[in-house]
Design a protein around this ligand. Structure first.
Ligand code: 15L
Length: 269
């Protein structure tokens, strides 16, 4: 299967590329800039996501896309708009024109960041973005659904928590995903015959998880990494952080606190 990965110079790509190139030897990597750890045996095709013709060129002959490209943190709207809204539309439209069958969209927990941590949510709850970045992820899920239902593309939106070797604080004990588990979800999105239009949560085996990920489990997801194995270290790191009444309340953490000026009582639902 010829797979294209956008955002190949970013952190999530760096952690997952070594595993993916074993599974998909024809993996093509794309980004605006060349990954500084690019190997001789990796194929790199530069493209700016805001340039539809360029995105059409890199999706030609491709069967599946892992779309990690765009801005990956909260930024002003004039940065989010081109990279994450226009760029995401270009990716889906170019993929449609080229008959790409499968797209995995890297959504984020920040599409639903304004749910309180005490509430366990699934994928039927309405989005509650915690910034422009979260809005762009909700947009990506929506345009993915459009291309799935209108054009028959098989689309998987992964609401990724925090990718890394271990959870780094209290919130991450709930939302952490190890790169090996994330690769499992990529493979489900690229290959599982039942995938039509899915929203799955990207978290490892986390006892404190905020999310009901039953659909991922139904599709065979079997996370092998256990957040609680890192509990003491994560809690020690948390103890060094200053209290944050807003960020500590909501699932999205500091993204929720950033610019928060809602004078109402905290929502309790
Ligand atoms: C994300 O969506 C970001 O891409 C990542 O940098 C982290 O901030 C992560 O969420 C998180 O919530 O920890």
């Amino acid at each position: 299967m010829k797979v294209l990965m956008t955002g190949a110079a970013g952190g999530v790509a760096r952690m997952t590329r070594p595993m993916l190139r074993e599974l998909y030897p024809d993996l093509v990597l794309s980004d605006v800039k060349r990954p500084d750890d690019l190997r001789n045996d990796e194929t790199f095709a530069p493209a700016d996501l805001t340039d539809l013709a360029a995105v059409e060129a890199i999706t030609r002959g491709v069967e599946g896309v892992i779309h990690l490209g765009g801005v990956s943190i909260e930024r002003p709207w004039d940065e989010i708009l081109p990279a994450n809204i226009i760029g995401c539309h270009n990716l889906f439209e170019a993929a449609r024109r080229n008959g790409v069958k499968r797209v995995i969209f890297a959504s984020s927990n920040h599409a639903i960041g304004f749910y309180p941590r005490a509430r366990r949510i699934g994928t039927d709850n309405a989005v509650r973005p915690d910034g422009y970045y979260g809005v762009s992820k909700a947009f990506g899920e929506a345009i993915g659904a459009l291309y799935a239902y209108k054009h028959g593309m098989r689309v998987t939106s992964l609401r990724i928590g925090n990718v890394g070797d271990k959870p780094i604080d209290l919130r991450r004990l709930s939302i952490w995903i190890h790169p090996e588990d994330l690769v499992q979800l990529f493979v489900i999105g690229l290959e599982h015959p039942e995938v039509r239009c899915e929203i799955l949560y990207g978290l490892s085996n986390n006892a404190r998880g905020f999310w009901d990920n039953r659909r991922a489990l139904e599709l065979g997801y079997d996370p092998t990494h256990v957040a609680e194995h890192h509990r003491d270290e994560a809690l020690a790191a948390q103890a060094k952080l200053p209290p944050d009444p807003i960020g500590d309340w909501f699932q999205g953490g500091t993204f929720c606190a950033d610019g928060y000026d809602n004078k109402d009582e905290l929502p309790r639902t």
